[in-house]
Design a protein around this ligand. Sequence first.
Ligand code: ATP
Length: 217
Amino acid sequence: PEHREERISRATAGRLSLYLRCLESRLREGQTKISSSDLAETLGITDSQVRKDLSQLGSLGKRGIGYTIVDLIRAIRESLGIDRTWRAALIGIGNLARALLRYRGFHARGFEIVGLFDSDTQKIGSEVDGQKVLSLQEMPATIETEAIRLAILTVPANAAQGIVDRLASTGIRGVLNFAPTVLKMPSNIQLVSVDFTIQLEQLAFRVHLGEDENTLA
Ligand code: ATP
């Protein structure tokens, strides 16, 4: 991939993902061009922020015409590294994993779950959503032969660090962690954690704060 002068920050990358969703939905509706102010208004951010973010992708917008949606989608996908397929392993095939497997949205965005792993001998060898659950012993070889680079961790909290340690010597380069625990990552693996309880607490806090503000007002 070509080297860009300025690295895209995590905050910008997060907004680029949002722009992408919005652009794809407009495209499905048959729209071909979009202005920065339209994007800004849809997502509730400022026009100048949108223009600043999109200027990092190169000079794509034309004054008075806006952006061609397909070009913008291509540029964003390229800059986020999602203009390719990412193969992911799913580790810990419990309820959450089964729900994730049934979600079709990953595939549509180029994410393929191609390896299911569990330590439970009752589950190993069974099929979930047409895929066989494999043992942890089979994990390193499968990651290599299937060229898997991402791992989705849906094991209980007390099992997560042990799995990460096992992944360190494999080709895995990123972990999406659903286990409610803090993980110590090897330097060659990126981590994104999704903790539903922490997010619910944040939500409760904001609602709680809002209520306080209302009573004070
Ligand atoms: P179920 O009732 O089907 O086990 P669950 O969602 O209640 O589902 P959890 O206890 O959250 O199950 O565990 C999630 C999955 O992680 C289970 O399938 C469990 O067997 C698996 N698991 C637990 N420890 C490990 C481990 N060390 N390595 C791999 N998988 C593990």
